[in-house]
Design a protein around this ligand. Structure first.
Ligand SMILES: Cc1cc2c(cc1C)N(C[C@H](O)[C@H](O)[C@H](O)COP(=O)(O)O)c1[nH]c(=O)[nH]c(=O)c1N2
Length: 232
């Protein structure tokens, strides 16, 4: 087969490679409380960030930045912002749910040796970006793709990642001094972990369950389950 020099054969991975990819996907967990204190080596952090930086992005906009947070005082300020929002969040659930909610550990901000704030620079690439012409939020979606790449690469490196999103609107912007065009997308806690839950911790703790995939797949139009359509 003749291919141009910038193309490579796109055949399937070997069985071992395929197994490794699926293993990373299926054993990735959100980590809140199991962080070890050992620092993350710089070369490991760099590989994880390279993985994030190779995510797809609208118009190749690459709107992300990575704010590496190691300073205990900054972490403490973020942890205080979390505490405020988390107390408010607890009040939003009915009493029985509230008790369970309050028993959940939902962050590892100060325990994790490293925190990472992934931001989206909404001005990158200029006023008109290919693919973002009619839906301006595509830059935010692209940034989340980077987070997922990061999360999977971290799993392969034995690094646990926990996403913390329980903050009042504006608190992260204030703490980090972001200008208006920069949006904090994901506040992440990173560190080595010795063990991971085999299922989502929220499932283990009885908060929520993974939905059956078959209930989520429709054929052609909304509301027609794929299984039912196949049998007609
Ligand atoms: C956008 C977003 C925001 C949050 C999360 C995830 C995502 C995608 N998750 C983690 C979430 O609870 C977890 O992914 C699910 O429970 C599934 O578990 P596993 O990730 O498979 O372990 C999360 N977890 C937590 O303890 N505190 C939080 O504030 C958040 N916020």
């Amino acid at each position: 087969m003749d291919t141009s020099p910038d193309l490579f054969p796109a055949g399937p991975f070997s069985e071992t490679e395929r197994a490794a990819v699926y293993r990373a996907i299926h054993t990735r967990r959100d980590v809140r409380g199991q962080f070890l204190p050992d620092p993350i080596a710089l070369d490991v952090l760099h590989r994880i960030l390279e993985a994030a930086h190779h995510a797809p992005s609208v118009g190749l906009m690459q709107p992300w930045n990575f704010v590496v947070v190691r300073d205990a005082a900054v972490k403490a300020e973020v942890a205080r912002a979390f505490d405020t929002a988390n107390r408010e969040a607890a009040e939003m659930f009915p009493p029985r749910r509230r008790a369970l909610y309050s028993s959940l550990k939902l962050e590892g901000i100060e325990q994790a040796p490293l925190n990472l704030l992934v931001t989206c620079d909404r001005s990158r690439g200029g006023k008109v970006v290919l693919g973002r012409t009619h839906d301006r939020d595509m830059d935010l979606h692209s940034t989340v793709c980077a987070v997922q790449n990061l999360w999977l690469a971290a799993r392969a490196e034995g690094i646990g990642v926990g996403w913390v999103s329980i903050f009042r609107d504006g608190d992260l912007r204030r703490i980090f001094g972001f200008p208006d065009h920069v949006v904090p997308v994901a506040y992440l806690c990173l560190g080595h972990v010795a063990e991971l839950h085999s299922e989502p911790e929220l499932q283990v703790r009885g908060w929520a369950r993974r939905l059956p995939l078959d209930d989520l797949i429709f054929a052609d139009r909304w509301g027609v389950p794929a299984g039912a359509a196949a049998s007609t």
